[in-house]
Design a protein around this ligand. Structure first.
Ligand code: NDP
Length: 295
């Protein structure tokens, strides 16, 4: 069986070019503020990708790089300032926050109207209620990518492995909504799932959002299934100059010829996350300006 590679970069490029097009009639540039607290290396890389994305589509952006010793009160005060800054439409708090900081309290302090990451309880609640506001970027990007490649979820059985509030849980909710991109029958799996491989193997679509390198192979995927790999894991690769490489939660090589379609890592879901962040920021600006240019 030929396995279709679901590449994220062409889909991201299409989203970027649509945003650039819409910018021509925008009342002003959308603005994104990013808070990076501490010195987590992976977070610093993600933030630089977000900055590059903003530059590419012409958005205003500002990154507040704060030391890990910053007090929670200072972080909350900065968010309060950004909530009231009219040039800022979206506020993104890069996770994880340093140990000792109350992540829930920090996320709760972001105005729901500027919560372009979709992690505020108001936006998560709207998703549960079936009336989504800002939708978390990675799940939104996965649905956009599947739809771009003409893969309908309607009526399909989907096993989502992982129940984090960032990926697995909002994705499961989105897929289960009675909507054009959803309407699937969803099983949300986790570390307590009994006989995980049997559950995933029975599904038409398997989504891996686990954080365990190459955990899912052919024994956990039915022949002809669609596989979405959200995982980003850095593993040792002595053959490489850098000594490391990125792999997903899926054993990509072992599934070539077995799955009907599969996202690669890197270059699959990752680029979509940034594209959806920019799309959410665009939407926030449109709402703030009462401008009819929403996507
Ligand atoms: P979390 O660690 O928050 O959640 C992992 C989930 O996987 C948990 O629900 C956990 O179960 C489950 N899990 C862990 N081990 C097993 C196991 N052996 N069997 C079954 N389930 C298991 O991770 P995230 O959701 O934040 O991220 C998941 C992966 O996606 C990571 O590799 C991350 O780097 C990547 N990621 C990629 C993004 C992108 O843009 N491409 C964006 C965000 C994340 P339990 O709840 O029981 O502990």
């Amino acid at each position: 069986m030929e396995t279709l590679r679901l590449k994220g970069i062409p889909v991201r490029d299409a989203v970027f070019s649509e945003l650039k097009n819409r910018m021509k009639t925008a009342p002003r540039r959308p603005g994104l503020a990013v808070l990076l607290v501490g010195d987590d290396a992976a977070s610093a890389v993600y933030v630089s990708h977000k900055e590059k994305g903003c530059d590419e589509v012409g958005f205003h952006h500002v990154t507040h790089r704060l030391p890990a010793t910053t007090s929670q009160d200072d972080v909350l005060a900065l968010i309060d300032e950004l909530n009231n800054d009219e040039a800022i439409d979206g506020i993104l708090v890069q996770l994880p926050l340093p140990k000792g900081m109350d992540q829930d309290k920090v996320l709760l302090s972001v105005s729901p109207e500027k919560d372009v990451d979709g992690f505020h309880p108001v936006n998560l609640g709207r998703l549960v209620a079936g009336n989504p506001g800002f939708v978390p970027c990675t799940p939104k990007g996965i649905l956009r990518m599947l739809s771009h490649y003409g893969i309908s979820m309607s009526g399909k059985s989907v096993a989502v492995v992982g129940r984090s509030v960032i990926v697995g849980r909002p994705l499961s909710l989105l897929l289960s909504l009675k909507s054009e991109e959803g309407n699937a029958t969803v099983t949300m799996c986790h570390s307590g799932t009994r006989d995980l491989a049997a559950v995933t193997k029975a599904a038409d679509v398997v989504v891996a959002a686990i954080g365990v390198p190459r955990m899912i192979g052919p024994e956990g995927v039915g022949e002809g299934a669609v596989v979405v790999d959200v995982g980003i894991n850095r593993i040792d690769a002595p053959e490489r100059k850098s000594g490391t490489r990125l792999v997903g939660d899926v054993d990509f090589e072992a599934l070539v010829g077995h799955a009907s379609a599969m996202t690669p890592v890197p270059g699959g879901v990752g680029p979509m996350t940034i594209a959806m962040l920019l799309e959410n920021t665009w939407e926030a600006m449109c709402r703030a300006e009462n401008f009819d240019g929403g996507v």
